[in-house]
Design a protein around this ligand. Structure first.
Ligand code: NDP
Length: 331
């Protein structure tokens, strides 16, 4: 089997030298284990954190170990009676062409929507948007919601949920094509191209004349600084991620957190995997929307496990347009 392993820890932005492609003998499933052939591999910004050995909510990947990641695979051989060869399963396994795992870590993927959707809109990113919007955002009709990285896996779902809740939704994204997609396909009210505007603060003020009630934070950095003073009283900042800062080598000067006290803002981080019921609830709600086409999702497909390192580096530069997935093999 082929694996992409962590060769060294990045300093700043990851480079191809940080990854190594390895060929190994094909593993055999032991008692209650299942051998799967990977069809789809998800690449996500959180993986940058796992490459570092700084203290975090999850353990770092060991040097020489496969990169971790969610996958959709086809069962090749099963020693767990719940699975048979040919079943399509989703699980968290890593950048590998074939994986042996306990059957307890596998979920059979229902038919009806593309398998790769279980890595994006119906997977961890979709559940992340759902958790953030429902548990922290709690959007009311007429409120103004700003979504960063709005064309991405999390942001696209988050903004569509805010529209469904009756909000005025403003997306922020990194190029004109993304903005067009955000307005024309996803149905957001406005989109700001953060790479094109001279002054993010005034662009946001124009787009949000009544201030911002809910901010879905995916990027951090300059955008967070620009959003922060526009937050309304009792605003909610959904602190989901700060991808713009993942490659930083030095901490940035922090925001003045006194405003959190003064405006009774709620700034709250969360980890989607803490409550696995979210995945169940979200899939039950969203699968029909995906099946009937009313919940839009866009995928950026890269072919070949060997191209995963380069695609991952590009993800952190914003070169992906939609949920980045690797097509590892044909089903
Ligand atoms: P995306 O599909 O949105 O891809 C990342 C996007 O981030 C890029 O396309 C780019 O969009 C933007 N970006 C990257 N670098 C920069 C930069 N330097 N400055 C500004 N924007 C940048 O990724 P996901 O939807 O998978 O993830 C979005 C966020 O959600 C991440 O921060 C991630 O860590 C977080 N997350 C948190 C979870 C949790 O449990 N808390 C779970 C899952 C994800 P653009 O060009 O439009 O700016």
């Amino acid at each position: 089997r082929r694996s992409v392993t962590l060769a060294s820890r990045p300093k700043g932005a990851p480079t191809l030298d940080n990854f190594e492609m390895r060929e190994e003998v094909m593993p055999k499933p032991g008692e209650a284990e299942v051998l799967t052939r990977t069809l789809w591999l998800s690449l996500d910004p959180y993986m940058r954190g796992r490459m570092s050995d700084k203290a975090s909510y999850a353990a770092p990947i060991a040097i020489g170990a496969p990169m971790t990641g969610e996958t959709v695979g086809e069962v090749v051989e099963s020693r767990d009676p719940r699975f048979t060869a040919g079943d399509i399963v989703v699980g968290a396994f890593g950048w590998q062409s074939h994986i042996v795992s306990s059957g307890d870590r596998l979920t059979i993927v229902p038919t009806g929507v593309p398998y790769s959707a279980y890595l994006g809109v119906l997977g961890m990113p979709g559940a992340t948007a759902y958790a953030g919007m429902t548990e922290i955002g709690q959007v009311k009709p007429g409120e103004t919601v700003v979504i960063s990285a709005a064309s991405g896996a999390v942001g696209a779902v988050a903004g569509q949920l805010a529209k469904r809740a009756g909000a005025r939704v403003v997306g922020v994204a990194g190029n004109p094509d993304k903005c067009l997609y955000i307005q024309d396909t996803l149905g957001f009210d406005e989109c700001i191209d953060h790479r094109a505007v001279m002054d993010l603060g005034s662009a946001l003020r124009d787009a949000c004349p009544k201030g911002i009630d809910v901010y879905f934070e995916n990027v951090g950095g300059d955008l967070q600084d620009a959003v922060y003073p526009l937050m309304n009283d009792y605003g909610r900042m959904i602190m989901c991620g700060m991808v713009a800062e993942y490659n930083d080598t030095k901490p940035r000067p922090g925001p003045n957190l006194m405003d959190v006290v003064k405006k009774r803002l709620r700034i709250e981080g969360f980890i989607v995997t803490d409550k696995l019921q979210r995945f169940v609830d979200w899939r039950a709600m969203a699968t029909p929307w995906v099946a009937d086409g009313s919940l839009h999702f866009r995928e950026h497909v890269v072919d070949g496990l060997e191209n995963a390192p380069e695609a991952f580096i590009d993800l952190l530069r914003g070169h992906n347009f939609g949920k980045l997935v690797i097509r590892v093999a044909e089903p």
